[in-house]
Design a protein around this ligand. Structure first.
Ligand SMILES: NC(=O)c1ccc[n+]([C@@H]2O[C@H](COP(=O)([O-])OP(=O)(O)OC[C@H]3O[C@@H](n4cnc5c(N)ncnc54)[C@H](OP(=O)(O)O)[C@@H]3O)[C@@H](O)[C@H]2O)c1
Length: 325
C-alpha cells in the first residue's frame, strides 16, 4: 500500500507521482482502486482550466470503484466492493486518480451485486446524474406518455447515458448534438431522433413552439434558455451542466404561462438514501443496455491528462475509463 502511483495536481500542473498512504487525506476506509472514470469536472481539474481543486497539491478524480483493503468502521469490511462518486472526492479531498484512495465511510456505497466495478465506473457520476435527473422529473410528474424528451450534449458522458437510461425507462428521446458523425451511435444508444446544433434555430420570442415534454440539459447557456421557451406546458427541465455556458437568459413566461419547471440536479451533495435509491435503480430496471457503446476506451494513469485536453476540446464522445492494474 505504500509507494503507489497517483496523478497529483500542483499549482504548476499535473504529474504522476509515487506516494505513501500517509500523504492522503484522512478517512476511515482505504480502497484499492480498480476503475475510475473521466468526467468534465475532472478535465477542468487536471488541465487547470477550471477552479475545481480547493488546494494544491491534490489528487483529482471525482469517481472511484474498487475493493476495501483497510476499514476502521464496521459498516464496510475488507474485501467488499465499493464505489464513491462526488461528495467532494477529487475536489476538496484526494480523489480517484490513484491506486489507493482513502475516504470517509459516509461517502461509500456498496457496489450492487448486478454491477461490476467496471460497469459502476462506466456509469460513474455521469450515469448517477442522468438517473437523478430522471428521478427528479418523475417525482415532478413526468411520464413517457407526455411526449419526447430532448437531451443535449448528447455525445458526452451524461448525454450518452441519459439517452440510454431515459429510453430504457420508456421515453421517446430526441438527442441534440454538435457532432454529425455521432448520429448513428446516438441512435444505437436509444435516440429516436437526432438533431444537429448547426441546424437549430433558437428564436427570440419568450415562448416558441412547444416541442418537448421535458429536457435534460448538460450544456446550459443559450441551449438551456431555448429549452425553457420550447418545453410543453407542465414539462420538466433537469438543469445539470454548463459545458456551453453558465448564464441563463430567459423570461418568466415559460414558468407562469406554461407551468414549466426547472429542476436542479446536484450529484455531489445528495442525501444518502437518494444515493442508494439511484444505484439500486441503475443496477436493475434502468441499467443501460449499451454500456459497451457508451465507453469509448480505457486509459491508465499516464493517459488521463491527454484525454482531459481532448474532452475539453470536444474531441471525445462517451465515457473514458481509468483502469488500474
Ligand atoms: N449537476 C451535476 O451534479 C453534474 C454531474 C455531472 C456533470 N455535470 C456537468 O454536466 C456537463 C456535462 O458533463 P460530462 O461529464 O457529460 O461532459 P462531456 O462528456 O464533456 O459532455 C459534454 C457535452 O456537451 C456538449 N458541449 C461541450 N461544449 C459545448 C459547447 N461549448 N456548446 C455546446 N455544447 C457543448 C458536447 O456534446 P455534443 O458535441 O454532442 O453536442 C459534449 O460532448 C458539464 O458541465 C458537467 O460539469 C454536472
Amino acid at each position: 500500500m505504500n509507494n503507489f502511483k497517483a496523478l497529483r495536481v500542483h499549482e504548476d500542473g499535473a504529474r504522476l507521482e509515487t506516494l505513501g498512504l500517509e500523504e492522503l487525506d484522512a478517512g476511515e476506509v482505504v480502497i484499492k482502486a480498480a476503475y475510475s472514470g473521466i468526467n468534465y469536472k475532472d478535465a477542468l481539474a487536471v488541465t487547470g482550466k477550471g477552479k475545481i481543486l480547493r488546494r494544491f497539491p491534490m489528487i483529482p478524480g471525482i469517481d472511484v470503484a474498487g475493493e476495501v483493503v483497510e476499514s476502521g468502521d464496521d459498516r464496510f469490511s475488507i474485501g467488499e466492493r465499493v464505489l464513491v462518486t462526488g461528495c467532494g472526492l477529487g475536489e476538496n479531498h484526494d480523489g480517484g486518480f490513484a491506486e489507493y484512495v482513502r475516504v470517509p465511510v459516509d461517502w461509500m456505497v456498496a457496489i450492487p451485486s448486478g454491477l461490476s466495478e467496471r460497469e459502476a465506473m462506466a456509469l460513474g457520476t455521469a450515469g448517477f446524474t442522468a438517473t437523478m435527473a430522471l428521478v427528479r422529473m418523475e417525482d415532478n410528474g413526468s411520464n413517457p406518455s407526455q411526449g419526447p424528451i430532448l437531451i443535449n450534449g448528447a455525445s458526452g458522458g451524461v448525454g450518452s447515458l441519459a439517452i440510454d437510461i431515459f429510453s430504457k425507462a420508456g421515453y421517446s428521446v430526441t438527442a441534440l448534438t454538435g457532432k454529425a458523425e455521432q448520429a448513428e451511435r446516438l441512435r444505437r444508444l436509444g435516440a429516436d431522433e437526432v438533431l444537429l446544433t448547426s441546424e437549430l434555430e433558437f428564436g427570440t420570442r419568450p415562448l416558441e413552439r412547444a416541442q418537448w415534454a421535458g429536457a435534460v440539459d448538460s450544456v446550459g447557456g443559450d441551449f438551456l434558455a431555448w429549452l425553457t421557451r420550447t418545453v410543453q406546458p407542465w414539462g420538466n427541465i433537469a438543469a445539470i451542466g454548463l459545458a456551453g455556458g453558465h448564464a441563463l437568459n430567459t423570461t418568466v413566461m415559460p414558468f407562469i404561462l406554461r407551468g414549466v419547471s426547472l429542476l436542479g440536479v446536484n450529484s455531489v451533495e445528495c442525501a444518502y438514501d437518494l444515493r442508494q435509491r439511484i444505484w439500486q435503480r441503475l443496477e436493475t430496471e434502468l441499467k443501460p443496455r449499451h454500456l459497451d457503446t457508451v465507453v469509448r476506451g480505457e486509459v491508465d494513469l499516464a493517459g488521463i491528462a491527454e484525454t482531459c485536453e481532448a474532452l475539453l476540446a470536444r474531441q471525445v464522445s462517451g465515457r473514458t475509463l481509468v483502469r488500474f492494474s
